[in-house]
Design a protein around this ligand. Structure first.
Ligand code: NDP
Ligand code: MG
Length: 399
């Protein structure tokens, strides 16, 4: 049996975090929780700490951290509570950690995911925004530090599973050798795939978050409704697998059974299929290169009436086009796209702007901020902050 893996779960109280802990719970001899983190949901983090008894817990806010520390002390647990970004980076890079699940949503997750990569950890990456913002710097750091980067996003995990093992291990074998001609990302099309276009202007956050196949956090749910999520995933695939944008395609597959595909030059197309349940990619990455039970129901193929595929309608989903264009426009454009999107999605969720305003605003902000070189993580974070300010100003928001 492999040695016990000591795991930090960044974003433990979120959708990916809880699914991770569900898989961990099934394999107590294999995994041990080293640290758990949350932003606001302190009661939930307390409950998780009481169950998993981690060495560290991290809350974003110092007052919440103080409260959590008191509760844990009363419960006679020795868990140490840290706070803020420094706390996140400390538990991501700690000497005693083997594996870091990077499951904080948005740009907020980048510094700690980066710290894990820099420390040479086994990094399970759900936080796609980290790669969108800092793809080149992140991948170079993974390489230099000897970190192992495993994709959690279901599409990227599917592609990973369909790759030859030398590419999974990132052995130094030329890609051409493997004859891969195309990566095909599938997309459900979200809740508005068939809604009459005229009605898109009036959709509510509740409608946008009611995803037909997946239960996820609010931000990624809205991203799925605009298909910005798939755009971010094209950028993520570009960096993760080192493929040019021309060789990455998107297909709408409303049943969410085929999670993505790899096409080879001999005409073979390898697909990974399964239930739309994130515990499958999470278990795959936790145990890789072994396989473990994820608690996921078997796929009942005879029960599936049909599997269908169609090309996305870019008029309905302008965010997908914006994200694909960004790949040709250079690294700064990806930072701007991501930051503007995060502000717009938050404003939509807060009912400050309508659904169509999301794509319209991102396009304007992309035009407004000039290209520049991004040499370091600080350059990336500075451009992120600047873009947030410009986007808020454009939307007339103060905070
Ligand atoms: P959730 O909103 O459900 O959870 C986000 C987690 O991050 C929570 O633990 C939250 O804490 C914490 N968090 C949020 N903001 C901050 C911050 N500023 N600083 C520190 N911690 C913070 O998101 P998901 O689990 O849905 O998504 C997480 C990531 O995984 C995203 O990047 C998403 O794109 C990606 N992903 C998610 C999938 C899914 O099925 N959900 C599928 C594929 C990728 P708190 O609970 O206290 O607010
Ligand atoms: Mg995905």
């Amino acid at each position: 049996m492999a040695a016990v893996q000591r795991i930090t779960v960044l974003g433990a109280t979120g959708s990916i975090g809880l699914n991770t802990l569900d898989v961990v719970r099934r394999h107590p001899a294999r995994f041990q929780i080293f640290a758990l983190t949350a932003q606001r949901r302190r009661d939930e983090l307390l409950t998780l700490c009481l169950e998993f008894k981690p060495r560290f817990a991290v809350m974003s806010d110092a007052a919440d951290a103080q409260w959590l520390a008191e509760q844990l002390q009363q419960a006679r647990l020795s868990t140490e509570v840290l706070s803020g970004e420094a706390g996140l980076c400390a538990v991501a890079a700690h000497d005693e950690v083997d594996t870091v699940m990077a499951a904080i949503v948005g740009a907020a997750g980048l510094p700690a995911a980066f710290a894990a990569a820099q420390a040479g950890k086994r990094v399970l990456l759900a936080n796609k925004e980290a790669l969108v913002m800092a793809g080149a710097i992140f991948m170079e750091t993974v390489k230099q530090a000897g970190a192992t980067l495993l994709p959690i996003d279901s599409e990227h995990n599917a592609i990973f599973q369909c790759l030859p093992v030398e590419l999974q291990r990132r052995d130094n074998v030329p890609q051409a050798h493997h004859g891969i001609s195309r990566l095909i990302l599938t997309a459900s099309g979200g809740p508005f795939r068939t809604l009459p276009l005229a009605e898109l202007a009036h959709v509510t956050p509740e409608q946008a978050c009611a995803h037909p196949n997946w239960s996820m956090g609010q931000k990624i749910s809205v991203d799925s409704a605009t298909m910005m999520n798939k755009g971010l995933e094209v950028i993520e695939a570009h960096w993760l697998f080192d493929f040019p944008p021309e060789q990455i395609d998107v297909l709408i597959h409303p049943q969410s059974v085929v999670h993505s595909m790899v096409e080879y030059c001999d005409g073979s197309v390898l697909a990974q299929m399964g239930q739309p349940d994130m515990r499958t990619p999470i278990a795959n990455a936790l145990a890789w290169p072994e396989r473990i039970d994820a608690g996921v129901a078997r796929l009942d193929l005879p029960q599936l009436a049909s599997l269908t595929f169609e090309t996305p309608d870019l008029q309905r989903f302008p965010c997908l086009q914006l994200a694909c264009d960004v790949l040709h426009a250079g690294p700064a454009a990806a930072v701007v796209l991501n930051a503007a999107n995060e502000i717009c999605v938050a404003a939509f969720l807060a009912r400050q702007i309508g659904f169509l305003k999301i794509a319209e605003t991102i396009a304007r902000v992309l035009d407004q901020i000039p290209q520049r070189a991004l040499a370091t993580l600080d350059d990336v974070l500075e451009l992120d902050q600047q873009t947030r300010a410009v986007t808020r100003q454009r939307l007339g928001l103060n905070t």
